[in-house]
Every structure is written in structure tokens, then in C-alpha cells.
Write a protein that binds this ligand. Structure first.
Ligand SMILES: O=c1ccn([C@@H]2O[C@H](COP(=O)(O)OP(=O)(O)O[C@H]3O[C@H](CO)[C@@H](O)[C@H](O)[C@H]3O)[C@@H](O)[C@H]2O)c(=O)[nH]1
Ligand SMILES: O=C(O)[C@H](O)COP(=O)(O)O
Length: 340
């Protein structure tokens, strides 16, 4: 099966040295913000921030800022990240006039109001097997190809449900990415086959030009990756998307039931972009217990709210006399996908 896009727009992180990328950046190809959305990642976020800071800020000035968006963490994520050298924002404290939703996409949407890079790169904060080439690799196509607006990372995905690195024998399975294989890939095959060459459509490691990201509706939860990918293709064409081989990645896994909620969020994204505007902002997902609780219904309310493009959201009105700031929203904003 031939996919011409794959041949044109697939790269390896080793295609560019960090020195070359720094040189390009300083020739005016754009400033770069790195953002890590993080909910309860105190165990891993500090190590990730410290290493990126050392290798891509101090040793080589590739990144202009490292920002951790603390997404309603109940643990020490914020303190650990700050200690490691990141600028930390609590998501709920950013543009409080726009309200607050839970979720990863909300953290990424709000990051647009507290970062300034021409390019914004995202990295999950729960990675246990990764390298700083995850970040530099994503920047290669954006710093060298003006026609590229979005770069997705891809890798072998380790499935390690035991969390012990593969057991005593050290054997690992590469069957990770259950929602990717069972929901995202089939959905893309059915609705947007031009994107079927994207190896990891849901990877949390991606980089985007701010001028594009600010024009996109952003789901507040896990639908953000699929939405940004599909919308980039619909707005700028498939060649605006590139992908980079980053090697191998391992992270903390969610339970199958939680992945059911994630899958629901992805299907809502796909329905909305297929003209099914009747999707409501909340979906009741019914799952069932097993073992002693066999057959017991478990209802989960899945939020599928989308935020409007950041470019359409006005600046916050200056607070007068200590009053609460209020958003200045352009006319008709209520009519676009997702309300604030
Ligand atoms: O409410 C939340 C939930 C998650 N996160 C962070 O988002 C990142 C990824 O979350 P995780 O729960 O580990 O997602 P995965 O199960 O790994 O989901 C994969 O698939 C998702 C759906 O596309 C992507 O959003 C993820 O980046 C990708 O890793 C981590 O840093 C989390 O701390 C938040 O900031 N807020
Ligand atoms: O991307 C996915 O499909 C989900 O994050 C699940 O990944 P996992 O099966 O590796 O836990």
C-alpha cells in the first residue's frame, strides 16, 4: 500500500543535529515554547523538566521557555516542576474570566495565553522511556519546511501493564496504544484516509505553529490530538502535517475502562467534524462491573466540550477597582464549536 504523503513528510529525529536547529532558530525561523500538561505527575515531571532544561536550554539554546500547565493536580506536581526549572501555571488560574474545565486539552488550550513562542511543542509529563530528541526532533520539520504547520512524533509503543519495565525477563510487548489501534486508526481510515500514513495519530508529543493552533477549536479532554490533526488537514492540507520517528516510548497506562471514556471523546471529535453537530457537551457512558460486581452498571459522564479558537477569544479586560476580569468576546462567538 503506497502512501505518497508518508514518503514526503516522514522524518527521523537524527535528520538534524541540535546545533543545526539552534542555528536555524537564531536565523529567525521562530521562537519555541515547550509545554507539558501535567495532572498528578510529581513522580516524573521533575526529571523530564530538569533534563530538557539542561540539554535544550543550558547546553544548547533551543527552547525559549519550558512551561508546565498544572492540571488540577492533587500531588506536588507544581512544586516539583518549579524546583526543576519550569515556569508553572495552574490551569484554573489562567484567564479565570473564561471559566475552567478539567482535562488535558484545557491545559493545552490555556497554555496559549501564557506562552509566547512562534512554535509550541508539547510533551506528556508521564514519560518513563524517552529522550530530549523527542523535543528537538519535533522542531526539525518546522524550522526547515515553511509549508509544515504540525509535526507529530511516532515511536514503538511499549505495553507494560505490570509497570515493572517488562518483568524479570525484561520482555516487553509493542501492543501499546489500544485506543489508537481500536478507535483512532479505524476512524481515520473511514473518514480521513489521507491521514492514514500518520503512525501515531494520538501521540502526546507534537509541535505546532502558534498561528495555526490559535485558529483551532480545542477539545478540553483527550480529543485534542485527533482534533488538531484532522483540523490541520482540513484547513491547510495533508502536506501541512509531518511526522518524526522518535524511537521508543514508554509511559504510565490507564485502565481499560478509563480508555473507554477516552475513546468516547475521540468519537465525539470525529462526529463533530463529520457534520454531526448534535453531539451534546456531555455523554453518558455506561460500562459494567466484572467479578463480584458482574453486570453492575457504572455510569460515567464524559465531557466532550470544545473551546473556541484562542484567536477568537478577546483579551481580558483590565480589572478596575479590584473587580473580576471579564472576557471581551467577539460577536457570534456563542455560535462556534464549543462555548467558553
Ligand atoms: O486532565 C488531565 C489528564 C492528563 N493530563 C496530562 O496529559 C498527559 C497525557 O495524559 P495520559 O493520561 O498519560 O494520556 P494517555 O493515556 O497516555 O493518552 C494518549 O492518548 C491521548 C489521547 O489522544 C493523548 O492525549 C495523550 O497525550 C497520549 O499519551 C500527561 O502528562 C497527563 O498528566 C493533564 O494535564 N490533565
Ligand atoms: O494512545 C492510546 O491508544 C492510549 O493512550 C492507550 O495507550 P496504551 O494502550 O499504551 O495504554
Amino acid at each position: 500500500m503506497e502512501n505518497a504523503w508518508f514518503g514526503r513528510r516522514t522524518y527521523r529525529s537524527s535528520d538534524w543535529s541540535v546545533e543545526r536547529l539552534v542555528e536555524l532558530k537564531h536565523r529567525g525561523r521562530g521562537t519555541v515554547s515547550l509545554v507539558l500538561p501535567a495532572r498528578d505527575e510529581a513522580e516524573t515531571v521533575g526529571g523530564i523538566v530538569a533534563r530538557v532544561r539542561r540539554e535544550l536550554v543550558e547546553d544548547a539554546p533551543l527552547l525559549d521557555e519550558i512551561v508546565v500547565m498544572d492540571s488540577d493536580s492533587a500531588d506536588d506536581t507544581a512544586a516539583v516542576a518549579r524546583e526543576a526549572g519550569a515556569t508553572v501555571h495552574r490551569v484554573g488560574d489562567v484567564r479565570p474570566d473564561l471559566g475552567h474545565h478539567r482535562g488535558k486539552g484545557e491545559a493545552m488550550w490555556k497554555s496559549q495565553f501564557v506562552t509566547s513562542g512562534d512554535i509550541v511543542a508539547f510533551l506528556d509529563a508521564d514519560l518513563v522511556e524517552w529522550g530530549t530528541h523527542f523535543v528537538s526532533g519535533l522542531l526539525g520539520p518546522l524550522l526547515t519546511q515553511p509549508g509544515v504547520s504540525l509535526v507529530k512524533g511516532f515511536y514503538d509503543r511499549v505495553l507494560d501493564l505490570s509497570g515493572d519495565g517488562g518483568g524479570a525477563g525484561g520482555e516487553v510487548s509493542y501492543e501499546g496504544g489500544r485506543v489508537t489501534e481500536l478507535v483512532a486508526r479505524p476512524t481515520i481510515a473511514l473518514r480521513w484516509p489521507a491521514l492514514s500514513g500518520v503512525v501515531q495519530p494520538l501521540s502526546g508529543e507534537w509541535a505546532v505553529r502558534r498561528d495555526l493552533f490559535s485558529q483551532l477549536s480545542v477539545p478540553t479532554g483527550y480529543g485534542v490530538e485527533l482534533a488538531v490533526l484532522v483540523d490541520t488537514h482540513l484547513r491547510r492540507g495533508v502536506d501541512a502535517v509531518a511526522q518524526v520517528d522518535l524511537g521508543r516510548r514508554a509511559h504510565r497506562h490507564q485502565s481499560l475502562r478509563d480508555l473507554g471514556a477516552m475513546a468516547t471523546e475521540l468519537l465525539a471529535v470525529a462526529d463533530r467534524r463529520s457534520g454531526l453537530d448534535r453531539v451534546s457537551d456531555r455523554v453518558e457512558l455506561r460500562q459494567f462491573g466484572s467479578g463480584e460486581g458482574r453486570g453492575a452498571p457504572l455510569a460515567t459522564e464524559v465531557s466532550v466540550v470544545e473551546r473556541p479558537p484562542a484567536a477568537d477569544v478577546g483579551a481580558q479586560e483590565p480589572r478596575a477597582g479590584g473587580g473580576t476580569g471579564r472576557a471581551v468576546l467577539p460577536d457570534g462567538l456563542e455560535g462556534v464549536i464549543g462555548r467558553c
